[in-house]
Ligand binder design. Structure first.
Ligand code: PRT
Ligand code: ZN
Length: 283
């Protein structure tokens, strides 16, 4: 049994549950409990505040967890970052009142900076030889300058809208974050095996992301050209059609290249091109 800690509510909750569901782990989030078993996978889900996840995994109360890299870095817990998950992207930045003149980090010498991430910030200032006063507050950091509590802030930014609506401007991007899968460094062999199965499923999901399955009819004499346009994983599947002189060709293509490939395929005589969604790719 592998116990995974995920955020009980908040920004990472939905995507964490979606990831588990895509990996075939039937999470029943309708009857939300603190600790929930799943039916068809040896996993149980522990719902926690994100702040508590790194420590819970480091201490072995949970075996793995999904949490922002920012929380892992701030808390400095002994966990392995096993996988970057591609959601919950944000950055932690220094921001100052929009009318302040800002040229370099020297701005912060002797200033008060409000943040919920004092460890990341103090390490950053130390590396850069800046002596500033760090004011640690738990939430609503963006209002600290207007409230006279600080001269600047160090906080999470994603669109930047919160900074703008509080009369602030982003001046230094210090730490890039996204949701990560973390694990206790000393998992038993049995737990490691379950984690490997989970990671295997996750790679299949990742590989399938942005990929499309294409099928079309191609005149037999144009098959070589079509194969050059569509290299596919090993090589495209080619099957003869009942009608002489035509083949059916199947392949996988990245969505970004899809329209360009379709244009090229049409120009060599391909017809009846079908584009299908793709869920997972297992190599
Ligand atoms: O209750 P709990 O402690 O679990 O939740 P929380 O309130 O501490 O965290 P939550 O749900 O807000 O965020 C969880 C994680 O999501 C964070 O640790 C980050 O890793 C990630 N994340 C991604 C964000 C954002 N984007 C984000 N935009 N976390 C917070 N914000 C906030 C930010 O603090 C600021 O107030 O959104 C505002 C800025 O957004 P923009 O778009 O206006 O720039
Ligand atoms: Zn939190």
């Amino acid at each position: 049994m592998l116990r995974i800690a995920i955020q009980n509510k908040g920004r990472l909750n939905e995507d964490s549950i979606r990831l588990l569901k895509e990996a075939g782990i039937a999470v029943d989030d309708s009857k939300r409990k603190f600790l929930a078993k799943v039916n068809d996978f040896p996993m149980e889900i522990l719902y926690l505040r994100d702040d508590d996840i790194p420590q819970t995994v480091a201490g072995g109360v949970a075996d793995v967890g999904i949490v922002g890299l920012n929380e892992v870095e701030e808390r400095g817990c002994n966990v392995d970052v096993v996988k970057h998950l591609g959601f919950g992207g944000c950055r932690i930045s220094l921001a100052v009142p929009k009318n302040d003149e800002y040229e370099s980090l020297d701005f912060f010498r002797g200033k008060r900076v409000a943040t919920s991430y004092p460890n990341i910030l103090s390490r950053f200032f130390e590396r850069n030889g800046i002596n500033a006063e760090i004011v640690t507050i738990a939430g609503s950091v963006e209002i600290a300058p207007a409230a006279g509590m600080s001269d600047a802030i160090f906080d999470i930014v994603s669109s930047g809208g919160t900074l703008v609506s509080n009369g602030l401007k982003e001046v230094e991007r210090v730490f890039a974050s996204e949701a990560v899968l973390i694990a206790n460094p000393s998992l038993s062999a049995e737990k490691k095996e379950i984690l490997d199965e989970f990671l295997f499923r996750f790679s299949a999901i990742e590989r399938g992301r942005g990929m499309k399955y294409l099928l079309m009819n191609v005149p037999s004499e144009a098959i070589d050209k079509a194969i050059k346009i569509l290299p596919a994983m090993r090589s495209p599947t080619v099957m003869p059609l009942a009608m002489d002189g035509w083949c059916s060709l199947h392949s996988v293509v990245n969505e970004k290249e899809m329209w360009e490939k379709i244009r090229q395929l049409k120009s060599i005589g391909a017809e009846g091109i079908l584009v299908l969604s793709l869920d997972k790719i297992v190599l």
